[in-house]
Ligand binder design. Structure first.
Ligand SMILES: N[C@@H](CCC(=O)N[C@@H](CS)C(=O)NCC(=O)O)C(=O)O
Length: 212
């Protein structure tokens, strides 16, 4: 498999899942600002978005929801996603969908507010709107993170892989998690996870686990 990624982007959850499940993959770094591997990425994904996963049969998979589910199902022993006959599988998918939609969309719009309007007053109103929206949605995490290590219990899953990414940027947009102490603790637990630290340190083109 090949995985097109860029550092500090929504392709990081895929890297975390591969590190966690010890999946071998060729990693291809892309960068729009440095024009690295962009033409190559576009030849596989016309939207030119990362993560883009190219499977061994040459077919292409995009969207975190599908990529993370695929990676977890490749390595069931990793327990990143329970099997289809377990009810808890659908809780993990519910949390993953919440992260890629309810959280990631207002987050992205919050950061791009200057592209939505040139009026500084309107930008400030938009920032308040997106912050309020995110704080309301974050109550779902705040309610569970005080009683369990990860969002669906004590097992780290693909939902946590993605939530690490969204929470990192939500923290930057909100200016911290001062009003959300359980979410702050959960984000620290995610940040301390060795697979997360290895994933965020990945740079350049390389092969994961050549020795595997
Ligand atoms: N919904 C997609 C989002 C993918 C996405 O927006 N990727 C961004 C990086 S965070 C990207 O490649 N942006 C470059 C572009 O759109 O030109 C997913 O979950 O995979």
């Amino acid at each position: 498999m090949k995985y097109f990624y860029s550092t500090e982007s929504s392709s990081v959850p895929g890297l975390i899942a591969m590190e966690e499940a010890q999946i071998d993959c060729e990693l291809i770094e892309t960068s729009k600002s440095r024009n690295v591997n962009i033409d190559l990425l576009e030849s596989f994904n016309p939207l030119s978005q990362v993560g883009t996963l190219v499977l061994d049969d040459g077919s292409v998979l995009i969207q975190n929801l599908a990529i993370l589910t695929y990676l977890a199902d490749l390595a069931p022993a990793s327990k990143l996603l329970p099997p289809p006959d377990e009810r808890s599988r659908y809780d993990v998918l519910s949390w993953l969908a919440y992260s890629v939609t309810d959280l990631q969309k207002p987050l992205g719009m919050g950061f791009r507010r200057k592209e939505l309007t040139s009026s500084e007053a309107a930008q400030a109103e938009l920032l308040t709107f997106f912050r309020n929206t995110l704080e309301r949605f974050l109550m779902r995490i705040e309610r569970v993170a005080g009683t369990s290590r990860y969002v669906t219990g004590d097992t780290f899953t693909i939902a946590d892989c993605h939530l690490y990414f969204t929470l990192k940027y939500i923290k930057a947009l909100l200016g911290g998690f001062d009003e959300l102490p359980m979410t702050a603790g959960y984000f620290e637990r995610l940040s301390d996870r060795p697979s997360v630290q290895r994933a965020i340190a990945i740079k350049g083109d390389r092969r994961l686990r050549e020795d595997a």
